[in-house]
Design a protein around this ligand. Structure first.
Ligand code: TYD
Length: 203
């Protein structure tokens, strides 16, 4: 029987720097002989990428945001994530449900119990095996974002929004047993890569 792949997610506020480590991390795993698939949320399928365009760019209520995030996730899980894990492929996903908890829950103010209801509906039996939370002071993250390209609906939010998103992430991490590794994103790229490498070789 094929050994199931592992599900690893990267999380953090916009500007925390997670994206610069994902491909490096996937290559590290490949060098260790694993089959790896890199994907992202919202997105990862044709339908979910179309939903991403709406979510990031069109005005909508916070409930619509949460429902669209989970609609995209359902499609992504059915077509990409579950089949890959079942066939022994490691799935590295840029954001997953912790982003909905942090952004729509913490940031927008949707009650966590409502998000948990959607979570139980869409993936009652599946959680990431490891979630790396790139944690950074929202003031520093805002400076990093300013240096980047044009902002989408979330990136254009005020600092107070990102303070709430960060707090929601940290609360989720604290309440999720050993699933999370919280990484201080103010560290150098080399130091962060050492942490990622050590974590994955020791688990
Ligand atoms: P991100 O993945 O950081 O991509 P990029 O680096 O190209 O901007 O951006 C996706 C945005 O979507 C991010 O601001 C967080 C937001 N988001 C939610 O609000 N809820 C969700 O459930 C997910 C997955 C993302």
């Amino acid at each position: 029987m094929t050994e199931r792949g592992r599900f690893v997610t990267f999380e953090g506020i916009d500007g925390a720097g997670k994206s610069s480590h994902i491909e490096w991390f996937a290559d590290l795993l490949r060098k260790q002989g694993r089959k790896v698939s890199v994907t992202r949320e919202p997105g990862g399928t044709e339908l979910a990428e179309a939903i991403r365009e709406w979510l990031l760019n069109r005005p909508m209520s916070m409930r619509t945001e949460a429902l669209l995030a989970f609609a995209a996730r359902q499609d992504h899980l059915e077509r990409v994530i579950r089949p890959a894990l079942d066939s022994g492929v490691w799935v590295i996903c840029d954001r997953f449900t912790d982003s909905t908890v942090a952004y729509q829950g913490g940031g927008r103010g949707i009650p966590l119990t409502d998000i948990e209801t959607l979570e139980r509906w869409v993936h009652p039996d599946l959680q990431p095996d490891r979630s790396f939370l790139f944690d950074l002071d929202p003031v520093i993250a805002a400076e990093r974002r300013r240096a980047a390209r044009a902002a989408d609906r979330f990136e254009a939010e005020q600092q107070a929004f990102f303070v709430r998103v960060r707090d929601a992430y940290l609360a989720r991490a604290a309440g999720s047993g050993s699933r999370f590794r919280v990484i201080d994103s103010a560290k150098s790229i080399d130091d962060i890569r050492k942490i990622l490498e050590l974590d994955i070789s020791s688990s």
